[in-house]
Design a protein around this ligand. Structure first.
Ligand SMILES: Cc1cc2nc3c(=O)[nH]c(=O)nc-3n(C[C@H](O)[C@H](O)[C@H](O)COP(=O)(O)OP(=O)(O)OC[C@H]3O[C@@H](n4cnc5c(N)ncnc54)[C@H](O)[C@@H]3O)c2cc1C
Length: 80
């Protein structure tokens, strides 16, 4: 199978499988939207705590990761 055929096959058959992540990527570099404390860079008093901060697409399901992010966000807000 040649490369254009593989690309056409991928476009036709592959989907996100409902585990979208990363639109507010967490990290410490310039491309990151939130830092490791879930704070939006450049804005005071705003955090993001959902699947959007997961910095790269995980190979498994995402729901447990979102619960872990939520637990961590609660700790951060309590100052723990
Ligand atoms: C069909 C499907 C099946 C899935 N199955 C699994 C699975 O089996 N196992 C697994 O681990 N993961 C599964 N996932 C993925 C998992 O559900 C998500 O990763 C997780 O729910 C993401 O959590 P979240 O808090 O980022 O977003 P969401 O759970 O989407 O929460 C966003 C919330 O924000 C609310 N909202 C949106 N806009 C506004 C607004 N303007 N104002 C106020 N509220 C707003 C929405 O109503 C919603 O309650 C599945 C996802 C889908 C779609």
């Amino acid at each position: 199978m040649d490369e254009p055929s593989i690309a056409a096959h991928a476009r036709t058959h592959f989907t996100s499988y409902c585990h979208l992540v990363g639109t507010c990527m967490m990290g410490e570099d310039d491309a990151a939207v939130v830092d490791s404390q879930l704070r939006v860079r450049g804005l005071a008093g705003l955090r993001v705590a959902d699947a959007s901060v997961i910095p790269s697409i995980p190979s498994g399901n995402t729901n447990a990761t979102v619960y872990a992010i939520a637990e961590r966000a609660a700790e951060l807000l309590r100052g723990a």
